[in-house]
Design a protein around this ligand. Structure first.
Ligand SMILES: NC(=O)c1ccc[n+]([C@@H]2O[C@H](COP(=O)([O-])OP(=O)(O)OC[C@H]3O[C@@H](n4cnc5c(N)ncnc54)[C@H](OP(=O)(O)O)[C@@H]3O)[C@@H](O)[C@H]2O)c1
Length: 219
């Protein structure tokens, strides 16, 4: 148990995650645009502007874990895209993750802490009309793997979580834009995914889960 910094805390998965962390006895700080909506301490920051994060975070004190759960998922063919969409998606999904790691690393090294990135189902590579999203998640995976090697000497653990369809408004919107059916009962419940992330954080000192792929049980 310790102090956990969480992004995406106002979202479907993040809300469940914050509840699960608090229930497990962690102290939670949420980093996001509208953290006043949550019952935990918040730091207001726009992850689309990674360059502003250092000033927003300030002095953090002890940090035992960082969980980057924020993400955006625009849908557009490359032919219809624009630089702004690419920049925004990469900023929220990847660059801000790297910057938050950089800013919390001194504390994470002291605590021999844990970084968890919420990625997306690993099968989702090369999806038509989803290049910015899947490209950003591929970059997030590589960031995790590089970071794991870099920080091994400091005892910092790095975990990538790969959830498949999870019942949130984000998924409802994605499915609707793709013209695919959305049945929340066939998806992972956000609370279940949150429970698994909290479990990953609770690993004993001698081992941990580096990758966690989560699928809904077939119904
Ligand atoms: N749902 C799924 O099926 C699924 C599957 C695989 C992976 N994932 C991943 O899981 C994560 C959470 O997904 P979700 O379904 O819970 O999505 P969600 O409900 O849309 O939540 C997204 C979160 O990201 C935050 N965010 C977006 N842009 C931001 C910005 N510029 N600055 C700060 N925060 C920002 C949102 O904050 P605001 O409230 O301020 O918008 C919100 O808290 C994402 O990384 C997503 O890719 C989801």
């Amino acid at each position: 148990m310790g102090h956990v910094l969480v992004t995406g805390a106002t979202g479907g998965i993040g809300t469940a995650l914050v509840r699960g962390l608090v229930r497990a006895g962690h102290q939670v700080t949420a980093v996001g645009r509208d953290v006043g909506r949550l019952d935990v301490h918040g730091i207001e920051a726009d992850l689309a502007e990674p360059g502003t994060l250092a000033a927003a975070l300030g002095e953090l004190g002890d940090v035992h874990a960082l969980i980057h759960c924020a993400g955006i998922s625009p849908i557009a063919a490359v032919a219809d895209g624009d630089p702004d969409t690419w920049e925004r998606t990469l900023a929220v999904n990847v660059t801000s993750a790297a910057e938050l790691v950089r800013l919390t690393l001194p504390a994470l090294r002291r605590s021999r802490g844990h970084v968890i990135f919420v990625n997306a189902s690993p099968g989702m590579t090369g999806v038509a009309r989803w290049s910015a999203f899947v490209g950003s998640k591929a970059a997030l995976r590589e960031l995790a793997d590089s970071l794991r090697e870099e920080e091994a000497a400091h005892g910092v653990r790095v975990t990538t979580v790969y959830p498949a369809a999870t019942a949130t408004e984000l998924l409802r919107g994605v499915r609707s834009t793709f013209g695919r059916p959305y049945d929340p009962d066939r998806c992972i419940r956000p609370e279940t995914l949150a429970q698994m992330v909290v479990w990953a954080l609770s690993a004993p000192a001698d081992a941990y889960v580096s990758e966690l792929s989560v699928l809904p049980t077939p119904r």
